[in-house]
Design a protein around this ligand. Structure first.
Ligand SMILES: Nc1ncnc2c1ncn2[C@@H]1O[C@H](COP(=O)(O)OP(=O)(O)OP(=O)(O)O)[C@@H](O)[C@H]1O
Ligand SMILES: O=C(O)C1=C[C@@H](O)[C@@H](O)[C@H](O)C1
Ligand SMILES: [Mg+2]
Length: 182
């Protein structure tokens, strides 16, 4: 399965989108390993470049600054790179410029998870997602629902309910491959 860039999208970048905690980082890493492509996680890359955690960047530099850096990084990767698996931060795709760059240069895969199953992940992710902190479950549900509209622009959707990361990664690659074979 490795080294088949020609077969898969002629080397077009694969971009994972979806709400916080649906598994973009986890699945993106697995897909990159299977393809032997480089993996870029926008949150991790921003943390690396700043020598700061995402919560610290939000606190010390503000969300607007984070969104600008996030947008510039994604547009840069989408327009200049190939054979990358790019996992976005959960809010990145709300920016129109990000959506346009991803949709026109890459293959965009939306990881979809139901609210009922997403809720179960909250305790494990809340500590390092500033936008989830100090919110009630009802407020988080509203954010979850509000963002559905932005995530509705994609090339492929994978419903991840009840699937372990390995199965999601395999399903995602089968979907993309199927399209390419047509
Ligand atoms: N298919 C899955 N089944 C069960 N747990 C999962 C699955 N995918 C991811 N997880 C777990 O859910 C948590 C969040 O996953 P991950 O960090 O990959 O999400 P994310 O979409 O990258 O979030 P963010 O938007 O905040 O970057 C992790 O603890 C991860 O182990
Ligand atoms: O959904 C969001 O707005 C965010 C998701 C995370 O990946 C980080 O990018 C940050 O915590 C913001
Ligand atoms: Mg992530």
């Amino acid at each position: 399965m490795k080294g088949n860039a020609e077969v898969l999208n002629h080397g077009k970048n694969i971009v994972l989108i979806g709400f916080m905690g649906v598994g973009k980082t986890t699945i993106g890493q697995l897909v990159a390993e299977k393809l032997d492509w480089e993996f870029i996680d926008t949150d991790q890359e921003i943390e690396r470049r700043h020598h700061m955690s995402i919560p610290a960047i939000f606190e010390q530099k503000g969300e607007a600054y984070f969104r600008k850096v996030e947008r510039e990084l994604i547009v840069d990767v989408c327009t200049k790179e190939r054979q990358k698996v790019l996992s976005l931060g959960g809010g990145a795709y709300l920016q129109e410029e990000v959506r346009n760059a991803c949709l026109s240069h890459g293959i965009v895969v939306f990881l979809d998870l139901s609210w009922e199953n997403w809720k179960k992940r909250l305790p494990s992710i809340v500590h390092d997602r500033p936008l989830l902190k100090n919110k009630t479950l009802e407020e988080i549900k509203q954010l979850f629902e509000q963002r559905k509209q932005a995530y509705s622009q994609y090339h492929y959707r994978v419903v991840t309910d009840g699937l372990d990361p390995e199965t999601v990664a395999t399903r995602m690659m089968e979907l993309i491959r199927g399209r390419n074979a047509k």
